[in-house]
Design a protein around this ligand. Sequence first.
Ligand code: ARG
Length: 434
Amino acid sequence: MFKKIVVLAALVSLFSFAAAAQDAKPKLIAIKAGSLIDTVNGRVLKDQVIIIEGERIKAVGPGLAIPEGADVIDLSNMTVLPGLSDAHVHISGDPTQGIRSRSTLSGVQLATTSHVFARRTLFAGFTTVRDLGSIEFVSLALKRAIDAGSVAGPRMLVANYYIGATGSPADIGGGSPLTGSKLPPEMTGVADGPDAIRQKVRWNIRLGADVIKFGASSGVLSDEKVVGVAKYTQEEMDALVDESTRLGVKVAAHSHGTDAIKMAVKAGVASIEHGSLIDDEGIRMMKQRGTYLSADIYVSDYILSEYSKRGVEEIVLQKERVVGQKQRENFKKAVEAGVKIAFGTDAGVYPHGMNGKQFAYMVQWGMTPMAAIQAATVNNADLFGMSDQIGSITAGKFADIIAVEGDPIANIKLLEDVKFVMKGGTVYKGAARR
Ligand code: ARG
């Protein structure tokens, strides 16, 4: 039954897309929402009407009159939410092609599959993502194709090249003796010393980076023996964040390590990615400075169960065993201490489209379902600098709207099965119309 509706909706949206092109006036849509999650106030509202004009929300409230000529989408037996977002994906990553696929395959190879992953992500209800590292500007090209309407996918913020020291997690695909040198060094994110780092930040931003990502500590999947070692000096991190911030671009720091986390927070990053071995002092610093924690607390299960079957080096699994469980325990401490939590999953390390799986882990490790939903909506919107565009169903924002069957506050796992997806006023998945 649902399949039929999906096909119908796809046809309807194709048709309405064509119709909108001929029609200068922006199309009006009215959504009847049985329940609506108000992410700004952390409440569930009943029987709301959302009026959409073109790509934006025009009005939302109980019992609003349905404008004449508006298409009506009846979600009165569903729970409606703002589109979800993921602060940490690698849309070009494909675990079935090897754990370092996004740096060892060519950009052309990655481009042939990345658009499929973008579509899967969107269809899972994720209407905005932050891509924290790709090579050869694959994600930038994809973002542009999505914005132009040629490819179905989420809104994207892209980091372009992941920046880091020689021998850091950024040192892949271009300069690592272990993965082979297929790109000239200037076409990688490797930079050592404050001046070279500043130059690399400028280059990345010059070429379209919306966010700067760097490797503050060693990682799990990268060619390093120990996870969590600081890979830049304080002076280097300060230079990187100073340069990027001055150019108006926020910084995300990959950091598992206790000291590296504090160094990055001190330098002024907007988010700590992973945060696995954070200590009480690090938690206090993040809370005090308002640094977001974007902890990918689902992916460990995938790595430990699936990667071993695929013959991934034992050292990688060993590093994962060091951080996986600790990361969850420390995440809980950070939540309890009131650190700001973003929703970031490292999709691409596990298959795209399963992003919603992390909600249940966040609830298991200390968050209320509402807070977990807020992490993936209003909090991420704030981290992305997009609070006026996304994150809630509010007049003036993009009509990025999803729905699930049932009550996700009672059963957070419903967010693993999103039934309706609208992005920018266009329906991509599942709508019963009349
Ligand atoms: N990209 C990360 C790294 O290589 C993945 C870490 C996954 N493990 C985890 N427990 N979050 O370090």
